[in-house]
Design a protein around this ligand. Structure first.
Ligand code: FES
Ligand SMILES: [Fe+2]
Length: 406
C-alpha cells in the first residue's frame, strides 16, 4: 500500500519529476521503424509532445512538436534537405534542433537563427525499433540484447493502453497472474488443453538486468527451468520471456506496449528483413467488448481495468506481491540516486560490454524452429495478427525447412 503522495511520486513521468528523471536515463523504444511511413510523425513520450522525422541524409530527428517561433505544429512540417521546415513561416530545424534557416528574418537579422533551438533528442534505429534518449548528455548506449540477433522472422506488436506504465510493469514481476489471468481465465472461456496446475512456490531476486522471478508448479520439479532459470523483469520497463515487451510511458495515464517477437526459422543463415513488420493489437472489439482471448490482450484489459492510475492506497498486498514491492522500492531508490547526482543501474556505456548481452531464458529448447511459433503468436499471444503476415512467415519457413537427403 502506498499513500497518495507516494503513488504520485511513483507514477509521474514528466520532465522534472523524480521518476521522470530516472526514466530519462534510459533509451526508450517508442516507435516501430515501419510506422514512420510519412516524412514526419507526431509522438508523445514521457509526457512530451514531439515529432520524429528522417532528414534527406537518412538521419532521424526527434524535436519538440511546437515550433520555437510561435508554436505551430511541426508534425505538419516538410522535410527538406537536412531539416524539418515549419509550414507557418518556414523556419527550418535540423535533427539536433539547430535552427538552420529563418527565410524572412535572415534579411534583417542574418544571425538571429543561431540563438534559436528546438528541444531535440537523439534517435537510434535498432532491431526495427526507433529508440529515443531524453536524458542528460552524454547518452549511454542502446542495449544490444542477444535476442536481437536470433535467426528468425521478426515482428513487432503494438498496443495503446490508457493507463499509467507502472501498473503495466508491475505485471512483469507477477508470476501468479500467469496462472489465473492467462491459464485459468482462458480455460474458463473454453480454451482447450490440459487444466493448469497451481503455483507451489515462487521466488524473486535482484539481478544486474533488474529482477528474476521463478516459479514451481504443484507436482513440478526443482530442476524445471522456470525454477532454475526463471523469467526476467527487465529494468526499467520491460518483461523478457524469450520475447520482449516494453511498457513505454507515453504520459502519466497512457502506455504504449511494444512487443518484439522472433519466430525461429530453420537453419543458421540469417533471415534479413528490410523492415521488421509491425501491427497493432486492439484492446476492444468494434462493438465495445473487451478482447479477452489472447495473452497480451488479457494483460492489457486488466491494466486498463485498474484505472488510469491504479489507486495503491486501497490495495491489499499479499505474498504473491513480493516482487511488486521489490520493484517499487527499487524505483524509489534509483530515482533518489539520480536526484542525488548518481548514475542509476543497468545503464550501458562500455561498448565492449554491450555486445549481444544475454539474459536468462527459460524454455529455449521449446522454441522449435518449425514454424508453429508463428501460429502460436496469432492463436495465443496477441489478437489480430494480419493474415498476410502469417502466410508470409509460413512461406519463409517452408522455403528454409530442412530437406530430407534423397
Ligand atoms: S511558427 Fe513555425 S515558423 Fe513561425
Ligand atoms: Fe501476463
Amino acid at each position: 500500500m502506498l499513500s497518495a503522495d507516494e503513488n504520485r511520486a511513483l507514477t509521474e513521468v514528466g520532465r522534472g519529476t523524480r521518476m521522470g528523471q530516472l526514466l530519462r536515463r534510459y533509451w526508450m523504444p517508442f516507435l516501430a521503424a515501419a510506422e514512420l511511413t510519412q516524412s514526419t510523425k507526431a509522438v508523445r513520450l514521457l509526457g512530451e509532445d514531439l515529432v520524429v522525422f528522417r532528414d534527406g541524409s537518412g538521419r532521424y530527428g526527434l524535436v519538440e512538436r511546437s515550433c520555437p517561433h510561435r508554436g505551430a505544429d511541426l508534425s505538419l512540417g516538410v522535410v527538406q534537405g537536412n531539416g524539418l521546415r515549419c509550414v507557418y513561416h518556414g523556419w527550418c530545424f535540423d535533427a539536433a534542433g539547430a535552427c538552420i534557416e529563418q527565410p524572412f528574418e535572415r534579411i534583417a537579422h542574418p544571425t538571429a537563427k543561431d540563438k534559436v533551438r528546438a528541444v531535440a533528442y537523439p534517435v537510434v534505429e535498432k532491431a526495427g525499433l526507433l529508440w529515443a534518449y531524453l536524458g542528460p548528455a552524454p547518452a549511454p548506449l542502446v542495449p544490444d540484447w542477444d535476442f536481437f540477433h536470433d535467426v528468425g522472422y521478426k515482428q513487432i506488436v503494438l498496443a495503446e493502453a490508457p493507463c499509467n506504465w507502472v501498473q503495466c510493469q508491475e505485471n512483469s514481476i507477477d508470476p501468479v497472474h500467469f496462472e489465473w489471468l492467462h491459464l485459468r481465465w482462458s480455460e474458463a472461456q473454453g480454451a482447450g488443453g490440459r487444466p493448469p496446475k497451481p503455483h507451489a512456490e515462487i521466488a524473486f531476486e535482484e539481478a544486474p538486468h533488474g529482477f528474476t522471478y521463478r516459479r514451481q508448479w504443484e507436482g513440478g520439479s526443482p530442476t524445471d527451468e522456470l525454477w532454475t532459470i526463471g523469467r526476467v523483469c527487465l529494468w526499467p520497463n520491460a518483461l523478457y520471456t524469450g520475447f520482449c515487451e516494453w511498457r513505454v510511458p507515453v504520459d502519466d495515464t497512457h502506455t504504449r506496449l511494444i512487443a518484439w517477437f522472433n519466430v525461429p526459422l530453420p537453419g543458421d543463415e540469417p533471415f534479413l528483413q528490410e523492415r521488421i513488420p509491425c501491427w497493432t493489437t486492439p484492446t476492444h472489439h468494434p462493438d465495445g467488448r473487451p478482447i479477452t482471448s489472447h495473452v497480451l490482450n488479457q494483460d492489457l484489459i486488466t491494466w486498463i481495468g485498474q484505472g488510469r492510475l491504479a489507486d495503491r492506497s486501497r490495495e491489499h498486498l499479499g505474498e504473491g506481491d513480493r516482487g511488486v514491492v521489490m520493484l517499487r522500492r527499487k524505483l524509489f531508490e534509483q530515482a533518489q540516486l539520480v536526484a542525488d547526482g548518481g548514475e542509476p543501474m543497468a545503464v550501458f556505456r562500455d561498448p565492449a560490454r554491450n555486445q549481444r548481452v544475454s539474459l536468462p531464458r527459460a524454455g529455449r529448447a521449446l522454441e522449435h524452429p518449425f514454424g508453429r511459433f508463428g501460429k502460436y503468436i496469432a492463436e495465443t499471444i496477441a489478437y489480430g495478427q494480419p493474415v498476410e503476415l502469417a502466410s508470409d512467415i509460413e512461406r519463409v519457413w517452408y522455403e528454409r525447412r530442412p530437406r530430407r537427403q534423397p
